[in-house]
Design a protein around this ligand. Structure first.
Ligand SMILES: *[C@@H]1O[C@H](CO)[C@@H](O)[C@H](O)[C@H]1NC(C)=O
Length: 319
């Protein structure tokens, strides 16, 4: 499968350079991934199969269609494939462009547009368990770690970025790298149920929580259940942290159960960055990096729910 692609790409290079000033048209012969690849091959390259990609095309069509002019004449399907390829492999725009047969600037614009479109759906696809979902959330956490009354696990993860042009020092985290510090809450199936994607890497986990809408919400409307966090977080009526030192067998058993159930959020962070490798390092300014991160969060939930609906016993095993 790869040989014809390479040939097309080599041809494109010549074409693109000779038409450097031609606006709009940026490719001659499109690769047709949806026809060319098996489902398995699509998963490897785009993290979604054919039916899911068609679902995403329909989902985003209203938001991306009117942008077609600006998006270098690319169809909605092409835009989504280009963005998915970028999220999945997270390499340079040039490399994604060469693979998909478009110029670098087109990839850059398309990733921006598709990310904004997906990010605008975050409230639709990321929601904290309510009413009739709570019992199920508790049951799943109990199966995971014998931890009763648990409806979520919280933690922060750093999305590394290149040094920003403005307020560069604010983004330096405690490991000395530039990052966005992203707060995530997930359930036992690794569905993301809350996220905060806006803080520079130097801001601590506890402060991100304290200033979040989730915190205000759970302080005023005490949830039926608790969320689990590590010792970086404060102990609250709805937030359980482990004992710093377990002095009794009961405390030790609590810590073991807490640790097993809380590890859902650590697995989530691993799955998210394997599934969308771009999140390991984004060559983007902070605002764009936040939009890309939100897009990957929405895509993660779509992908994970899809596997759960198919009652795949281990929805994230591929990652
Ligand atoms: C990020 O998204 C917001 C709207 O969601 C948009 O206004 C902004 O231009 C985006 N920034 C970048 C750099 O993509």
């Amino acid at each position: 499968n790869m040989v014809p692609l390479r040939v097309v790409t080599a041809y494109l290079h010549v074409f693109m350079h000779s038409r450097r000033h031609a606006k709009g048209l940026v490719y001659v012969e499109r690769t047709k991934p949806l026809e060319q690849y098996t489902t398995e091959e699509l998963y490897v390259r785009f993290r979604f199969g054919k039916a899911d990609i068609e679902y995403l095309v329909n989902l985003l069509r209203p938001k991306l269609q009117h942008r077609t002019q600006r998006s270098h004449g690319l169809s909605v399907e092409d835009q989504i494939l280009i963005a998915l390829r970028f999220y999945a492999c997270g390499t340079f725009y040039e490399v994604v462009g060469d693979y998909m047969g478009v110029v670098k600037s087109a990839v850059c614009d398309v990733v921006k547009d598709v990310s904004i479109a997906l990010a605008s759906l975050v409230n639709e696809f990321v929601s904290f368990p309510k009413d009739n979902q709570i019992a199920q959330a508790k049951r799943s956490f109990f199966l995971l770690g014998n931890m009763p009354n648990t409806i979520g696990a919280i933690d922060c993860t750093h999305v590394h970025i290149q040094a920003p042009r403005e307020n560069e020092w604010e983004f330096i985290n405690r490991k000395g790298r530039h990052s966005i510090n992203v707060q995530l809450v997930c359930d036992a199936d690794l569905i993301i149920t809350n996220c905060v994607v806006k803080w520079p890497g130097s801001v601590h986990d506890a402060r991100i929580l304290r200033e979040s809408a989730l915190y205000r919400d759970l302080q005023t409307n005490r949830p039926d259940g608790v969320i689990l966090g590590d010792s970086a977080y404060p102990l609250l009526p709805w937030l359980m942290t482990p004992f710093l030192t377990a002095n009794t067998p009961a405390q030790a058993r609590f810590n073991t159960a807490h640790c097993r159930a809380r590890c859902a959020i650590e697995r989530l962070n691993g799955v998210l960055k394997r599934r969308f490798a771009c999140l390991n390092y984004l060559r983007a300014e902070p605002q764009k990096a936040c939009n890309i991160t939100l897009a990957c969060i929405v895509l993660h939930n779509i992908a994970t729910k899809h596997f759960l609906d198919q009652s795949d016993p281990n929805p994230t095993k591929k990652f």
